[in-house]
Unconditional design. Structure first.
Ligand SMILES: Cc1ncc(COP(=O)(O)O)c(C=O)c1O
Length: 453
């Protein structure tokens, strides 16, 4: 992995880099209201970990320490993140947000323009930036779905889609999928399958059942028995260790949902927007969906933004009463300003993404055959891959080796045997080669340690 000289990189930032804030920032109490953010002047990882421990949680400090090998993040550009010890690590993680890499110049420029013009907006007057973002998004999906709701994160989009489905159908039951992940807010959590995220919580605000992804009859049975408001699925499950759902089952589910008047909601917050090759996996498969949910890279990896893009029928309750669901910062113009350049840049890099996807697919197949005892399976599509190891211990050991080598990946909380790899469009073949070499080395070392024991 490319490692900058710790002394050199540190000296550059100490000298008052662009994120330095006021010149005397390092001498201030960073807990004081209005104190400058310590990036740049304070590559003081220990203090950051102390604050994380004190104000957030010891576990978060521990995992941050583990991922950065004692350093904290202080900057990023393209596919590399700069750490406080001067290292530059290669980002194949970040939970699928920086599809374009970090700080894409066209996105940063558009957000700057919005910041200089009308940053928070009034929230009561109509805003051209937000309206333009909606029309750009509808056109991006080739006018298949005309209505838009903007949220700040994925769980917002999930909650709004389910709320609309319940109101528009007059029914309350929802069918989600085993292994599916849809967020952790109390409504979205009802759809998320893993009990890990529900520990200590009893009951659910939405009446949800979970279908087995192999059970083609699941929707027909559920719809004829109970009356169903909606089915919600990730065409490629991300958090569950990267599991593409069988297209034939999805086709059957969608047809049965339609026949019984249930809405079809494709959660593409992780797999959509060309992460898995297509603008929408569901639309590309020809599935008759009522909504596609997008988030993560929608704000270009620069600002938080998510959206429900849906049919007139699903949106009808909100069309009738626009205040039925709203949020102070939903459709925030700073976030919406990022959308048009982000989608344009994703399209510009789509062919490049296919080349990277081929390189990942071939390289990971080689990894699998070189380490057949340690690697159980490799799953994925496009720029979303999961390497499944023989045990959670082995996978954890590999992640530790990758952190040492300077490769950032995203573990899967609900499937701890899988290491998730999310290369960005800012990578070239050399970075894919670098990541695959690091993975090969970390796998060999971890497997050897495992056999020693
Ligand atoms: C498919 C899917 N849906 C919903 C979410 C929730 O998104 P957020 O964490 O932005 O609320 C995620 C997050 O990983 C996701 O992968």
């Amino acid at each position: 992995m490319t490692r900058g000289s710790a002394a050199g990189a540190g000296a550059g930032r100490e000298g008052g880099g662009v994120r330095a804030g006021r010149p005397d920032a390092a001498a201030e109490d960073h807990g004081a209201p209005g104190a400058a953010v310590p990036y740049g002047r304070l590559p003081d990882a220990r203090r950051t970990f102390d604050l994380v421990r004190r104000h957030f949680s010891p576990g978060l400090a521990l995992t941050g320490n583990f991922a950065g090998r004692g350093a904290v993040e202080v900057g990023a550009e393209g596919c590399r993140v700069t750490l406080s010890d001067g290292r530059d690590v290669l980002d194949f993680g970040s939970y699928a947000v920086p599809l374009l890499g970090h700080r894409h110049p066209a996105v940063v420029a558009a957000v700057h323009r919005a910041l200089d013009t009308l940053p928070t907006a009034t929230r009561s007057l109509a805003n051209p930036v937000t309206a333009q973002a909606a029309t750009t998004l509808v056109r991006y999906f080739e006018d298949a779905l005309p209505k838009v709701y903007f949220g700040l994160n994925g769980a917002d989009a999930v909650e709004v889609a389910v709320k609309l489905a319940r109101l528009a159908s007059g029914r309350s039951r929802v069918l989600a999928v085993r292994g599916g992940f849809h967020g952790k807010s109390i409504g979205a959590l009802a759809l998320t399958h893993s009990p890990l995220f529900r520990a200590g919580l009893r009951g659910s605000v939405t009446d949800v059942a979970h279908a087995d992804p192999e059970d083609a009859e699941a929707v027909r049975r559920a719809a004829s028995r109970d009356g169903l408001a909606a089915i919600v699925f990730e065409p490629v499950q991300g958090e569950n260790g990267v599991v593409p759902l069988p297209p034939a089952v999805l086709r059957r589910w969608c047809a049965d949902a339609r026949r019984h008047g249930a809405f079809v909601i494709a959660d593409e917050i992780q797999c959509g927007l060309r992460r898995c090759g297509e603008r929408s996996v569901a639309l590309a498969e020809g599935l008759p969906v009522d909504a596609v949910l997008v988030g993560k890279p929608l704000g270009g990896g620069v600002v938080p933004l998510s959206a429900v893009v849906c049919s007139e029928e699903l949106y009808a309750p909100l069309a009738a009463d626009p205040f039925l669901h709203s949020a102070t910062f939903g459709g925030h113009p700073l976030a919406c300003a990022a959308l048009p350049p982000a989608l344009a840049a994703i399209e510009q890099r789509a062919a490049h993404g296919r080349e990277l996807a081929d390189a990942m697919s071939e390289g990971l197949a080689r990894l699998r055959s070189r380490h057949a005892g340690a690697v159980r399976e490799v799953r994925g599509r496009g720029l979303l891959w999961g390497v499944d190891y023989a045990s959670p211990h082995l996978a954890g050991d590999v992640v530790l080796g990758l952190a040492d080598a300077g490769l950032l990946v995203s573990p899967c909380l609900s499937r701890p045997t899988t290491v998730r790899l999310l290369p960005s469009l800012a990578c070239g073949p050399p970075e894919v080669g670098e990541a695959l070499a690091a993975l090969d080395h970390a796998t060999a070392e971890a497997a050897a340690r495992c056999t020693e024991k």
